[in-house]
Design a protein around this ligand. Sequence first.
Ligand code: ADP
Ligand code: MG
Ligand code: ZN
Length: 615
Amino acid sequence: MQNKPKNNDVKPGQTPTKAKLNIKTVFVVLFASFFFLSLLLSMKDVNKTYPEKPLTQIVQDIKKNKVKSIEIEGNKVTTFYKNGDGVTSNKEPEGGFISLLQQSDIDTSKLDITVKSIDSNSLIVTFLSNLIPTILMIAFFIFLFKQARGAQDSVFSFGQAKSKKYVKEISRITFEDVAGVNEAKKELEEIVDFLKHPKKYQKLGARSPKGVLLFGPAGTGKTLLAKAVAGESNVPFFSIAGSEFMEMLVGIGAARVRDLFATAKKASPSIIFIDEVDAIGRTRSGGAMPAHDEREQTLNQILVEMDGFTPNDQVIVIAATNRGDLLDPALLRPGRFDRRIVLDYPDVEGRLAILKIHAKGKPFVKDVSWEKIAKRTVGYSGADLENMLNEAAIAAARDNKTTISMAQLEEAATKVKLGPEKKRLQTDADKNITAYHEAGHGIVTHFQPNMDPVHRISIISRGMSLGFTLIPPRADRLHETKTHLVQMITSMMGGRAAEETVFGETTTGAANDFDQATRIARAMVVEYGMSPLGPINFGPTFDVTEWGRQSWEQNTISQNLLSQIDEQVKVIVMDGYAKAVAIIKKNRKSLDKVALELVKKESLDDEEFLKLVTK
Ligand code: ADP
Ligand code: MG
Ligand code: ZN
């Protein structure tokens, strides 16, 4: 979001350029003048460095007729000897040197004495040389202070003159740029209509919508939708992230809210977009979380501002969060964020539509099957898909291609979720083990009737893993069956089963598989009632409200029951393992073929895999 100008040191009554002058230029000028003055001073001093001698000795020397001339300047007496030496002495400010000489019976008329009045130049120099370091120090501290406050406002001006912070954005994004969220669009169309034709609603006495809460996982298009509403209704858009409200000093957040709303009202009809609203709107104290004054004040101010809207204000607040479960109920009351729009990961059709939007303007080879990509990218958000297309374009450019190929898309899809390939050096023995491990997952998956097809197997390491087997879940499955869960656990055991069967040895590579399998097994026993312990919830009890808010309390379970639960989890996992070993042993030939091919090619797609296992 580029609605915040970077210069935040604007004080009331100053233009931003002047403010810039103040900090940097003054600092530089001070530094330069200090540098030159000290240079000047040191040059002056070079001419004047004579050894010091007490006045009493000078008097002796005069008596001995060694002295040629004397210069008196202020409290400084410089004596030049006939042999060419020079010395300086300091006299008392009150005591005149000449009268001292006269007291010592010296005929001053015979001496060459020059009395210089203190030269005004040197006075200034002395003065400045004392003053400048002080000024410099002060300037330096102010500078440090401002730096430390960073993008925040100076303590002395908080709550003021910050209208400049909220630059209105004019959005050119429309609903056409957002895909796969048709219900959300339909609900937001009403808001657009209200912003476009407020009179129509006022005439009927309809209370204007005030707040819309967009609730959904990261990257599903919350920010995009808010901008699209602004673009569609052709009104200015003021945006700020919840975390930006939070400051070091209590009270700033609230002041910013006041400011933001005032600015938006002036520009009305308009939209205020508060991103990450959970940063401020978390459930207030009275719980595990300690009370947070600043958050509370900021939140209260938002509520006050929203309550204070008059029907003529025509300002709509859109807030976004991916933690709807954390929000304070006060935010959700009627007249506040009373419209809630839930966004979720797009389904196949949604993904297809999103892919088409972002594929525009990128050259692809003719045989790209968008349907296939849409099917394969289960669980990808809109942002993931956009990112994937971008990665594919980058890969094509890097390979000096003029079009983006299916293989590049495929690679990009994997990269977006699993991280880039790592060319980790694997010895042949390591490669062989990894190949058998992954082939084991593939084979056990393939030879179980209810499992989804293997999409890809690879022994190229990515992120933390040495290899992977991709089995995207079918998109149209709404219910998880016990059969499918058990088969999934069995597939997860396939890696270790293959290692054990082929090498008679176990490796650390299967730790992640066990973790996932155990989780599923535990959920089956504790939450889904899929074990002989019966349809009882042994875990936390959920109280899921309309849109995801959850509260829970731990059930009290006896030690005896706890060990029974553990026992059942163990039974499910061990059964899965036994089945996996059986499948591996029965299909050893296919396993060998796949593993061998994996060592050769490092990566197999669905067709290559199918050919190997069905032959
Ligand atoms: P969020 O705010 O929910 O985290 P964003 O709105 O910032 O997600 O989405 C990031 C980017 O992902 C968008 O700029 C857009 O390019 C793409 N994107 C996300 N969802 C969609 C969608 N439904 N349709 C089209 N593009 C999308
Ligand atoms: Mg966002
Ligand atoms: Zn594994």
